[in-house]
Design a protein around this ligand. Structure first.
Ligand SMILES: *Cc1c(COP(=O)(O)O)cnc(C)c1O
Length: 226
């Protein structure tokens, strides 16, 4: 399927999910995750009207970016970022979705030319295989960021567990929303925390119902290149 066709189906599903909970579809941004996509396929996505591109590895991101300078997509880094890679990518991206430790905050402070829009990654599901802070660590972590003016916390990010059990997935997204509410109530000027980056190809409809403002879609959009 062409990206254009996939996007048309996706947009209908987004609209339906928004309708169920009385949300404006414009309040949900689609990030096309191109980590498995060729450069051609990535260009196809941009031509189909995709504006936000998500990559999870520094090398493939930097490689793609150099060929897409004319297209000027908004770049989202969604993978774990090793501290030694910060200097290569931090001034090339628009959003970092995987802020998960103080050493990374410090490295960003050292390497960034300008303020970086970051989302704090939270391991709500508690799965060992998942990266991110534990839910009860988030408030303290964000409090400490006050001393690092290059880091702006514009939201929270999570990945739900791989399961068919909708209740477990929904509960995970609800918990992230609750943490967001707590952070917003702290009224920190450097942490407006207005975004929730949650929902992937298999669970974005639930995520939208629970308040996602950024959904990260790979396979359902870019998936099968044939
Ligand atoms: C790969 C990836 C996605 C997209 O996954 P799909 O299931 O293909 O939609 C979203 N978020 C992160 C962090 C990813 O690594």
């Amino acid at each position: 399927m062409s990206v254009e066709k996939n996007l048309a189906v996706l947009n209908e599903q987004i609209e339906a999910a928004c309708r169920r909970v009385g949300r404006d579809p414009d309040s949900v941004e689609v990030i096309a995750v191109t980590k498995y996509a060729s450069l051609e396929r990535t260009k196809e996505a941009i031509q189909a009207g995709i504006n936000n591109i998500g990559e999870n590895r520094d090398d493939s991101f930097l490689n793609k970016k150099q060929y897409l300078t004319a297209d000027k997509p908004v770049w989202h880094f969604i993978g774990t970022l090793q501290s030694r890679k910060v200097r290569n990518v931090i001034n090339e991206i628009d959003y970092l979705h995987s802020l998960d430790r103080m050493s990374l905050v410090k490295e960003i402070e050292k390497r960034a030319d300008e303020r970086v829009k970051c989302l704090v990654q939270v391991n709500v599901s508690g799965e060992q295989s998942k990266f991110g802070l534990q839910p009860d660590e988030v408030e303290q972590f964000i409090s400490k960021i006050k001393d690092y003016p290059k880091v702006e916390v514009i939201g929270l990010m999570t990945m739900a567990p791989y399961t068919d059990d909708e209740t477990i997935i929904r509960n995970c997204f609800q918990q992230l929303k609750q943490i967001q509410t707590n952070i917003k109530n702290m009224n920190l000027p450097y942490a407006p925390c207005q975004h929730l980056s949650m929902g992937m190809s298999n669970d974005f409809q639930i995520a939208i119902e629970e308040g996602a403002t950024m959904i990260r879609i790979g396979s359902a959009l870019i998936g099968d290149e044939k």
